[in-house]
Design a protein around this ligand. Structure first.
Ligand code: DGL
Length: 272
C-alpha cells in the first residue's frame, strides 16, 4: 500500500506549481500528474463541465492505483472537490482549504483578499472556507483572468504584467487587505509583481505550498509515507500533444519534464 503514487491533476501546466512544492516536501514519493491540455482552460467553463472533467480524470488516475489525489486546479477544487470526495474511496486534497487555513492564520486584521479565475471567484469557495474558519473575517475577491496567459507566456516581469497587476489589484489594495491568497495555480509565477503592487504590508499566501504540507500531514497520519531513503519517480499524462506542455511546463515545474505521455481519458485512458 505505502508504495503507491500520489495522483495530481490540473487543467494543464498550472498544477506543476503544486507538484513542485510536493517534490520539496516529499522527495521520496512517486507521482502521476495529469494535465488536461486538450480542454484547458477550466477557469472560464461552467461548474458542471469542470466537475465532469474532474470525475473523468480521477477515474483515470484511480485505475493507476494512486493512494491519494491532489486536485491542484483551484477552479476544479472550487466546484468538484466535494463530489470527488464522495465518489472515490481515497483521500482527496484540494487547494482551497489549505490556502484558506493559512490566510486565516497569517491575517492580522481579518481583512483577506482572494484572487483567482472567474470560475473560482464566482463559486465563492475561498470566501466560504475562510468564513468557516473565522466567521468575523472580511473577504474581498477579484478575478484576474489575464494572469493565466501572462504566466504561460513568461511575461511575469514586464510592463504589461505590471500594468495588469495594478489594474486588477488596485481595489484590493485600496480596501486595505493585509493578506492576499493567490487562488490560482499560475499566480505563484507572478508573485514578485503581485508583491510589488500590493506593497510590503500585505502577506501573500501561496495555496501550492500549503497544499503540499497538507498532503504530507495526511500521508503521515495514514502511515502511507514512503521511507525518506527512497527517491520518487514521476510520470506525466496530458490530453493533447505533449510539446506545448513540456515547453511551458519546464518553467512552471522549475526542472526538466520527462516521461510525458498523451492519453485520452474518455476512452479508458489509452495511450496514443
Ligand atoms: N489551473 C487553473 C486554476 O487554478 C487556471 C487555468 C485554467 O483556467 O484552467 O484555477
Amino acid at each position: 500500500m505505502s508504495w503507491q503514487a500520489i495522483g495530481i491533476f490540473d487543467s494543464g501546466v498550472g498544477g506543476l506549481t503544486v507538484l513542485r512544492e510536493i517534490f520539496k516536501v516529499l522527495p521520496q514519493e512517486d507521482t502521476i500528474y495529469f494535465g488536461d491540455t486538450a480542454r484547458v482552460p477550466y477557469g472560464t467553463k461552467s461548474p458542471g463541465t469542470v466537475a465532469r472533467y474532474a470525475h473523468e480524470i480521477t477515474s483515470f488516475l484511480i485505475k493507476r492505483n494512486i493512494k491519494l489525489l491532489v486536485v491542484a486546479c483551484n477552479t476544479a477544487s472550487a466546484v468538484a472537490l466535494n463530489g470527488l470526495k464522495r465518489q472515490f474511496p481515497i483521500p482527496v486534497v484540494g487547494v482551497i482549504e489549505p490556502g484558506a487555513r493559512r490566510a486565516v492564520e497569517v491575517s492580522r486584521c481579518g481583512r483577506i483578499g482572494v484572487i483567482g479565475t472567474a470560475g473560482t471567484i464566482k463559486s465563492s469557495a475561498y470566501s466560504r472556507a475562510i468564513k468557516r474558519l473565522n466567521p468575523d473575517a472580511e473577504v474581498l475577491t477579484r478575478a484576474c483572468p489575464l494572469f493565466v496567459p501572462l504566466a504561460e507566456e513568461g511575461w511575469t516581469d514586464n510592463q504589461v504584467a505590471r500594468l495588469t497587476a495594478q489594474i486588477y489589484l488596485q481595489e484590493l489594495r485600496d480596501a486595505g487587505v493585509d493578506t492576499l491568497v493567490l487562488g490560482c495555480t499560475h499566480y505563484p509565477l507572478l508573485k514578485p509583481i503581485i508583491a510589488e503592487t500590493m506593497g510590503p504590508d500585505v502577506t501573500l499566501v501561496d495555496s501550492a505550498e500549503e497544499t503540499a504540507r497538507t498532503v504530507a500531514e495526511i500521508l503521515a497520519k495514514k502511515k502511507l509515507l514512503r521511507p525518506l531513503s527512497e527517491k520518487g519517480n514521476h510520470h506525466y499524462y496530458v490530453s493533447d500533444i505533449p510539446a506545448g506542455f513540456i515547453r511551458v511546463g519546464n518553467r512552471f515545474l522549475g526542472e526538466r519534464l520527462e516521461d510525458v505521455y498523451q492519453v485520452s481519458v474518455d476512452d479508458e485512458g489509452e495511450e496514443c
